[in-house]
Design a protein around this ligand. Sequence first.
Ligand SMILES: Nc1ncnc2c1ncn2[C@@H]1O[C@H](COP(=O)(O)OP(=O)(O)OP(=O)(O)O)[C@@H](O)[C@H]1O
Length: 193
Amino acid sequence: MNTGHLIIVSGPAGSGKTTVCDRMLAEVPGVQRVVTSTTRQPRTGEVDTIDYYFFDHETFKSKVEAGEFYEHAHVHSNRYGTLKSEIKNKLAATDLLLNIDVQGAAQMRETAQNDPLLKGKITTVFIMPPSIEELEARLRGRGTDAEDEVQRRMQVAIEEMQQSQFYDHTILSGSRDEDFAALKKIYEAVKAK
Ligand SMILES: Nc1ncnc2c1ncn2[C@@H]1O[C@H](COP(=O)(O)OP(=O)(O)OP(=O)(O)O)[C@@H](O)[C@H]1O
């Protein structure tokens, strides 16, 4: 029997999804990460099936054609996706956390609607940046994005923020501790139902 819940955490790039999800995974027992799939090369230290499922382009394509993904997308020259089997297998034993971009979350919501396994088991959470200025500061502070990339992400973020209305919950991002407390509270409420 599948007893788990799937918590989908989404929001614009730099909103703090990964930070809050990592903390949940480290501190809240009974929650595991949904391992997603990619065609990109593993980085040093990344382990297949732990960090990602690493597939070559051919294999990824055949899985798309076989309908094995809940959602998938092209990002630059690589493909990313969430395997149905990953969620189905793990949800039997644990609650799951899926950290996913806003487009991916929209696809998940759509496909999950017609998926008997996921019906009633999904909770969606949008991490809303406290302000555009703070989002910009977070993107810059991370130091991973070039200036034109920061500007592009800001434009996308402004559009994505309109989508918070389609989520079950919105966390207005504050401090790291506040964000974690808010997500934990949502999770505990889901479990208490
Ligand atoms: N509540 C917060 N207050 C201040 N800074 C934060 C907060 N949460 C995260 N950060 C910082 O903001 C930056 C972006 O956070 P993070 O990488 O978690 O975002 P993300 O939404 O996962 O981004 P992406 O979608 O690009 O992976 C990081 O440098 C992180 O340390």
